[in-house]
Design a protein around this ligand. Sequence first.
Ligand SMILES: Cc1cc2nc3c(=O)[nH]c(=O)nc-3n(C[C@H](O)[C@H](O)[C@H](O)COP(=O)(O)O)c2cc1C
Length: 356
Amino acid sequence: MYQIGEKITFTLFGKSHGPCVGGILSGIPSGFSIDMDMVAAEMELRKPTGKIGTPRREKDDVEFIQGVRDGITDGNPILMRIANGNTDGSKYMKFYETPRPGHADLPALLKFPDHDLRGSGQFSGRLTAAIVAAGAIAKQYIAEEGIRVEAFTRSVGNVRDDCVRDADAAHASRGFATRACTRELDDAMRTEIESAGAEKDSVGGVVECIITGLPIGFGGIWFDALDSDLARAMFGIPACKGVEFGDGFDLTRMRGSESNDAYRYDQGRIVTESNHMGGIVGGMCDGAPVVFRVAFKPTPSIGVEQRTVNLRTEEDDTVSVEGRHDPCIVPRAVAVVEAMAALTVADQMMRGYRWN
Ligand SMILES: Cc1cc2nc3c(=O)[nH]c(=O)nc-3n(C[C@H](O)[C@H](O)[C@H](O)COP(=O)(O)O)c2cc1C
């Protein structure tokens, strides 16, 4: 089991081809009413669609085993279970001998002698279903404080959205399979994913997340900084290879006079005139929306033949991957990024990081 958070904790369990995946969400006070339709709607957003997602299709109904009665939390840890129905491990057997480059096979096989490679075991993106279920509850919990988390696909392969997007635009991405913000970008990203898939290859991309409603001063400092916690949460998502806040790495090419976000009063409220910092300074919110981007690598399982080693013969070998894989993880990862961000904010809220 794998855990994150201090006051609102989330524990993840399960594996791809076991009976279920699930999670335990602790710290939500009793008497909180959960909108189950909203949970189901969030689960839909993580599901694969058309040719841009894996052919493995699951129902993803969330079963609340304990901690919730008649839709109301009872103060106990919330135990959620999502059944694995569509399992076929046959295509994974050869990876015991010839581990897939880019996936966890090699270190996992050497580290865990009993590692179950079917569906990639506990390294499967399948476990993110439980993250999205818990995140849906966290989202509802922080929404009571006026806090909102929205994400969208900023880029897929070489197709990039170059417009500044706000939380409403990000929300509108729910209408498009790739989670792009417009029909044109959705078409272009879909073509990019489908052409990689047609060549038995894969592409990566970038998810951008926007958090609004956080008061100035929300967050912690040093190792409890809001950006530090968010980055840790994002790097827990499989295939995440980078996180940047605001202008991120581009800040290194600016002068301080360009990168600092100037303050001014707007009808008695302090506002920033720009948002190069992504809404966080000193680990705390500066009043601007928190904006960060998460880089996802191309899906490691591809049909293209790749060089690897043969662990049985101890010689060099090759491997190609058949079976059911996402040619691009990014559209499905958008819901996961939102969920991890909501869990992080809920935890920081409960740790008392609203004002100090
Ligand atoms: C929603 C989601 C779906 C994923 N689907 C696949 C997949 O179909 N095939 C695959 O090889 N990797 C998939 N991954 C990525 C792997 O789980 C990940 O690359 C692997 O565990 C190695 O971890 P790392 O990339 O973080 O180093 C998926 C990841 C996510 C977040």
